[in-house]
Design a protein around this ligand. Sequence first.
Ligand code: DGL
Length: 269
Amino acid sequence: MDKDSGVNLPIGVFDSGLGGLTVVRAIKRILPEESIIYLGDTAHLPYGTKSSDSIIKFSFANTKFLIKQGVKAIVVACNTSSATALKKLKEYFSIPIFGVIEPGSKLAVEKSKRGKIGVIGTTATIRSKAYQRELRSLNPSLDIYAKACPLFVPLIEEGWVDNEVTYKVAEIYLNELKRHGIDTLILGCTHYPLIKETIQKIMGKDVILIDSGESVAHWLKNFLKKKKILAKNKNPFYYYYLTDFPQRFKKIAERFLGEKIIIKKINIG
Ligand code: DGL
């Protein structure tokens, strides 16, 4: 690859579905000159309730697809994939691959004043203990409280973002973390930034919320800068691929991204 064309190659981003578009939104804001190829594996959504073997198998297929598109680096936007498959992906593929666990954990440790950190995510993410391990490796004396919130994803996909049922569910999930007096809470799932206001209201304004998608976008920027491969695209492109078209997919996607997009359906086997 010649140096200049390599610089302007797109960033690959994948997720189990459309939730990873919150990460795309963050990358677009922080790296406005980068082109992006997004893959949402909607045919296998949700990952959060699946076995580790399935999550690893899907994550490998997603990575292979993005590499075939000629991306220069890959962001695993999905917390569940990052928690379960990232290590194996990094061992197998030589392309730079970034997950959301390490950046999110690091930022949480930096921001936390009293070392009492909460993590919320899908059942698979919390079960994997990936956040708990990462946080401990950064500071062994932290108090860490993790809570799976499996109802958040379907509620958000349903569009019930500013809704009393979602508020009630969030209260039930979060009250336990509140009782522990956490000062920082990691939103360890692609979807949760969409109910950030609800979560903030319940946790109180003094609790710092960490958006792991935002954190990975900053990491990516630092990496591209260090490697001198920051793109200079005046007209970056954004391609969106899905492995299935769920009902109302376009509306949900545009809600995640806050703009109109064109999505193509593909088959990756
Ligand atoms: N993308 C997943 C995550 O961030 C949430 C949706 C799913 O369960 O697949 O963990």
